[in-house]
Each structure stands twice: as structure tokens, then as C-alpha cells.
Design a protein around this ligand. Sequence first.
Ligand code: 5AD
Length: 514
Amino acid sequence: MPSVYIKTYGCQMNERDSEAVAAQLVAKGYTLAPSEAVADVILLNTCSVRDFAEQKALNKMVNVIAETRRTRPNVVLGFMGCMAQSRGQELVDRLPDVDLVLGTQKFHHAADYLDELLAGRREKIVDVAAEQGSEATIREHLLYGNAAGNGDGRRPPLQVTAFVSIMQGCNQYCTFCIVPYTRGEERSRSIPDIVAECRQLVSQGVKEITLLGQIVTSYGKRGFGRAELLLGQDAQQRVPTTVVGRAGSPLPADGGASVPASRLVSSLAPPNDTVAHGVTRPSLQESPFVQLLDAVHEIEGLERIRFTSPHPKGYGDDLIEAYARLSKLVEHAHLPVQSGSDRVLKLMHRGYTRARYVSIIEKLRRARPGIGISTDIIVGFPGETEDDFEQTLSLAREVEFDQAYIFKYSQRRDTPAAEMANQVPQKIREERNQRLLEVINEIAKRRFGAFVGRQMQILVEGPSKKNPARMTGRTRCNKIVVFDGSERHRGQLMDVKITRAGSFTLYGDPAILE
Ligand code: 5AD
């Protein structure tokens, strides 16, 4: 059977999509090639969020073509994901060696399309159409790597943590952002469908699940009837959950809805219902996202729940209250702020003010002292003045982020901001990027330094990428901790004493408990 190499650019959604495609292919008998040099199929899963990301994938394909076409003319080359979606046929017109262009609602057709291309039944395939129900098709996992396994059922999976896609698309239409055009309208999977997938992962040894969506706080708000969301009839019948197991064969799902029917009924009850699944609750109407968190929290054996990314607009008191109530929900929130200036936030169409953002952070820190806060910030948005930028600097100092991903504004085609007057010169974008980076790094250094000497719980994920002789784990507040350990620690929750802080990394010693 052919081998495939997938290279992924961009966000965790892309990582997850690549994993699902790889798992589908492995289930069909493909192997995963260790590098593109020996692969029969090379797929680039692309990102469009900034021009730089697109250029990187395009340049990569040019290089791949130069290297493969001369010596291995039959290798199948494909683009998939966001740039495939937004550029479509244009990619093949520009690079005629490309055989496959697979859009963001078409990942589950990868195996069939590759079969046709490899068998020579079709010469080129470009499929970027919308497809109803595609949000429920990102479900296969590759917990055992390249389908290897000793068959005795006792080998622990390579993955202790897993991403679960809960929705697709975005309806926020931030003026800078291309995502609504590459990922389509918001569409959510049903709660039972998601819970069944999580349950399956946990039964395979996964300890931590990250719920993924472009804006997870909008989960279940549109494109789905409320009853369908909670009962999940159609989505469940359509495609069974599979985890690609030891011999590369799909394991059967462990059964459908795992949320008790009584709970579903109570979830559909009017807002002032105070008793749900046996626990007295505040009379707060729960958003579908919080209902999902409640349902996932009930999975026995699951240790930690994360999610990314929420939107400040959707960060209601019900979600803050969930932090106080749900012990598996870790002390970490990645809450993109984008700017500290109300004027710019409005131009960006973000739907909140700086004061509202700060008040969410305050509430979160009250609900969970020690919570790690990370964010995304754009510098050089069109019309951003020195004064606006200084407000972003002051917000960074006020909130004291643990980590911030800073992006120089990049004009994206068909987005309103690309057409705005007063585009900020590249030189100023770079200069602001540098100034903000200095502030963020200085704060992070102080915050990371404060962990030295403390004992923290980590979940051990596997060998460190930089130094495979050491192991890494993650604290609940999302700090990476490197320590001297071995494979037997993988998947364990253990206490370590922090001995040193590096740049965005902590170093620890397994703690000897008295
Ligand atoms: N230019 C720069 N950064 C962008 N992002 C999204 N669109 C753009 C753009 N046009 C950033 C935002 C978002 C992160 C994933 O990428 O900060 O939160």
C-alpha cells in the first residue's frame, strides 16, 4: 500500500484535520512516511490566516515539485485546508504538477480521491464545495502513530492528549479575518456525538481532551435545532466514531449517546431550572457550550478538559461559573484580545470593549486563582495610531498575560480591513511587534520565574522535542515542564518541583512526597 506524508501549517484545527486524514488513510492500509523523500503521496495542509503562512506552503510545494517530479513522477501531490479552500482551481493553474486540491469541508473524501488518483482513473481533483454535515466528519484519531502495535492490547497510546473538533466555521466576521471565507458558516456537532468520541478516546488511554472550534463559545448557537444539538440523532447515525487502532483497523464506537436521557430533558427545560443531573445549580441559563462542558466532565477516567478558542463576547457568567464548578476544567484560558484600544476593537468588529475584556479576566482570576491567561494580539491594524498601540501596551501590562502570540497585521483578500484607508506601513508594524514583544517577554519572565520552588502537577505527554532524553509534561495552567524521566512516566499525572524557569518553559524535578 502507498505511504503518505502530511505537512501541517497553522492552527490546532489544522493539526486535528491532518490527524483525521492520516487516520482515515491508515485505516485504509496506507502507511505514514517518515519524510516526504520516501512518500508516495505528499499533502500540505495549509493556513490562510496571514500571507506569510500561504507563501510558506506555496514555496514548499514548489520545492517538493522540483525534488519529486524528476525522479519520482508518480508521486501524488496535494494541497488541503484553508488555502486550498480559498484558492481552489487557481492552485492547479499556477502549479500544474499539483494533483489534488481538497477544501475544508472535504477532508473525509481524501482516501477515495487518492485511490482514484493513484489508480490513474482521474488525473486531477479539485473539490472545494460546501458539504452539509461535514462538521461531524472530523472524528478519526491516530492514537498509535503509524498503525504499529504489538497486538496484545496493552501498549499505551502515543497520545495522552487529544483534540476533539466540536464545530466548524465562524460567523463573527472580524474585519481582518479570512476564516469565515475558508471555513464557512458556523456548524456544530451534537453533544452526544462529541461525548461518544471523547469517551472512546478516554477508553483508549487519553487523559486530557481539548475541545476545538474557531469560536467555541458560539458552540450550538446556530445552524442546528436545539433538540438536535442535545439529542444528536442524525449526526450519530450518519458516521460511527472510529479510533485507528493497533492493526490499523477501525475500532467500533462504544455506543451512542452517553448523556443520560433525564439530563437531556432537564437541559431542555426552561432557564430557571435549578436541578440538573442531580447537582444543585445556580439559576443561570447555561449556553450550549457550558452544557457540553458539563457532559464531557462526566466522563470517568478523563482527567483534564481544555478548550480553544473562546471569544470574549461569548464569555458569559455561566462559563465563569463552570470554572468554579468543574474540577477537570484546567486553570487556563486562551482568550484572544487583538487590541487594547476600544477604537480599534470596534474597527475590527470584535464586539467587546477593553473594560469588558479586563472584567472577564478579573472574574476568571477570582474563580480560579493562578489561572494561566494567554492571548492573541494584532499590531498594525489599519488606522492603528501610536496612541492606540500604546493602549495595547498598557493592556498587556494591566492584564499581565502569561503568554501572548503577536501578529503583524496581514491584508487578506476579500476582508473589509484589506480595503480600509490608513494601512500601517510595514516598518511600523515591525517596530510595534518588537516593542510589544519586549513587554510580553518581560512580564512572562517574571511570571514564569515566580514558579521556581513551587510544586506543580503535570500530565506527562512524552519525550521533549528538543532533547528526547528528557520528558515533558504540562501543568494545568498550560506551562510546559521539562524533567528527567522515562517512557514509563508517559500518561501519568505527577508532581514536580520547579527548579528553573526558561523562556516559556519550566524545568522540574519529580517531587518526593513526604
Ligand atoms: N493579520 C494578522 N493576524 C491575524 N490573525 C487573524 N487574521 C489576521 C490577519 N489578517 C491572528 C489573530 C487570530 C490569530 C489566530 O491570528 O490574532 O486570533
